[in-house]
Design a protein around this ligand. Structure first.
Ligand SMILES: Nc1ncnc2c1ncn2[C@@H]1O[C@H](COP(=O)(O)OP(=O)(O)OP(=O)(O)O)[C@@H](O)[C@H]1O
Ligand SMILES: [Mg+2]
Length: 468
């Protein structure tokens, strides 16, 4: 069943049942109160009439003429009177066409002193009767009755009024419940249609202001919008990454193809062929390095952190050894400062190969931004649960406008963008991904330089006693 119909049915059923129960209870209460009022009045009049009955001849009592006073009735009403002997046989009566026997009224032979009440029909009229014992003639009883049409009319009037109210209230409830149900259902339908649109690939869809119902549905819409925004940012980042990667792979491949085509265009000496092959090998090597970088980045983004740990000194030794060749070629010195003695024994969280790669990327950057004769300093320090490896150079430093972007994949600084042999902009992104995977990070110290740049590799210290 649709949500809208379900809400309408539930609300209407509950309201109608509650109203009907309340109406019946009120009706019964009013009827009871009115009958009690009538009984009280009839009882007083019955006592009076009983005193006025002449019992000079007990077998033929004589009744006095009179009229009954019925509550809420302005005109005096016909009084119905009958006197019964101790067998319940009527001896004298007034206004009755057919006198009922006491046993027909359901009244017991031995009446209580306060008498008893009963309902009876006389000539098509409904009467209310009181039967009391006659004190002046033991065993005798007197019946005094009057019309109860006032009470019946009140009950019928109230019953009709309640029935009309019930119908009106039910119609109103159905209208309000349908409106409410439609509103609730339309919010849910709207949210579902947004989810379907997004599933079909349109990441621009938003529920936003269109949801106006309850606080819960508005919150649900806001959460959905937030999720779509996150998803859309992720997709955009992924598309950018793929297009950059394709572009970076294309350029060296195009160069390689050009060189090989040129070499085949005319006959060449063995030496010339050797030179072309060497150049091609260099190009292939840079393609292999780029592919490795891309793989490292992709793996770092998708796999969980490895539970390995590494000695701090090992990873620094590995990274400096790997960066040394480039540094010597540029005439740049690498200076290591180990700092405190306990650095030697410190172990950090993360795999040795990955961490040394992250540090090497920082050292490579420092070296490639240094001039001949300048030096790159690597300093190590411990701070609480962290180990800090600081890589500092004396180069031109990071341009302030580049600071925001340098950790994004394929971001290259304003200075480097024009230079074709300066890398592709993956080094820092890879270093940060590796560090974060092991619970650390890579930061640029913005207070330092220019001139010079300072990058800090933060690593989590491993708990003493744990093994690699
Ligand atoms: N030590 C440094 N001094 C000055 N600028 C730096 C330094 N290290 C990084 N940068 C800036 O950050 C940018 C991104 O560095 P990153 O290492 O990610 O890429 P890359 O060195 O250009 O290329 P790749 O590392 O992929 O070969 C650089 O282009 C440069 O602008
Ligand atoms: Mg780099």
């Amino acid at each position: 069943m649709r949500l809208r119909n379900r809400v309408t049915l539930a609300v209407t059923t509950v309201t109608v049942l509650t109203l009907a129960a309340a109406s019946v209870a009120t009706l019964l209460l009013v009827r009871r109160e009115e009958l009690l009022d009538l009984d009280r009045a009839l009882f007083a009049q019955a006592r009076l009439v009983s005193r006025l009955v002449s019992l000079t001849d007990p077998l033929h009592p004589v009744l006095t003429e009179g009229a009954a006073e019925v509550p809420e009735h302005y005109e005096p009403s016909t009084q119905y009177v009958a006197v019964y002997d101790d067998n319940g046989t009527p001896l004298a009566w007034q206004s009755f066409r057919v006198v009922p026997r006491l046993s027909e009224l359901g009244v017991r032979k031995h009446l209580p002193p306060d008498g008893a009440s009963a309902d009876l029909e006389e000539d098509g009229k409904s009467l209310r009767a009181i039967v009391i014992p006659m004190r002046r003639q033991p065993g005798y009883s007197l019946l005094y009755a009057a019309s109860r049409e006032e009470v019946d009319a009140d009950v019928v009037f109230l019953g009709r009024l309640y029935a009309i109210l019930l119908v009106v209230a039910s119609i109103l409830t159905i209208i309000v419940a349908r409106w409410f149900g439609r509103r609730l259902a339309s919010d849910v339908q709207e949210i579902a249609s947004i989810a379907r649109t997004v599933a079909q690939g349109d990441l621009g869809a938003r529920a936003g202001e269109r949801i106006r119902g309850s606080t819960e549905t508005r919150e649900l819409a806001a959460d959905l919008d937030h999720m779509i925004s996150q998803l859309s940012a992720l997709v955009v980042a992924q598309r950018t990454f793929i297009s950059h990667a394709a572009h970076e792979l294309m350029s060296p491949l195009a160069t390689l193809r050009g060189e090989l085509q040129l070499a085949l265009r005319r006959p060449r000496s063995v030496q010339e062929h050797e030179d072309v092959l060497k150049q091609a090998l260099d190009d292939v090597q840079s393609l292999v390095t780029l592919s490795e970088d891309l793989l490292t980045l992709a793996r770092a983004e998708t796999t969980a952190g490895a539970p390995a740990e590494t000695a701090l000194t090992d990873l620094i030794a590995d990274a400096t050894r790997a960066a040394k060749g480039g540094a010597i070629a540029r005439g740049v010195a690498i200076i290591e400062r180990r700092g405190e003695a306990n650095v030697q024994a410190t172990r950090v969280r993360g795999a040795r190969r990955e961490l040394s790669r992250a540090l090497r990327n920082l050292i490579d950057n420092a070296v490639s931004h240094s001039k001949t004769g300048q030096s790159v300093t690597i300093a190590v320090g411990l701070e609480g649960d962290e180990a800090r490896i600081v890589v500092e150079d004396e180069g031109p430093g990071v341009v302030p406008s580049d600071r925001q972007g340098i950790f994004e994949p394929f971001f290259r600084g304003a200075r480097e963008r024009g230079e074709s042999d300066q890398g592709v902009g993956l080094g820092l992104a890879i270093a940060r991904q590796i560090a974060r995977r092991s619970g650390g990070d890579v930061e640029l110290d913005a207070r330092f330089g220019p001139p010079g740049a300072r990058f800090v590799l933060l690593l989590s210290r491993a708990l003493p006693g744990a093994d690699t």
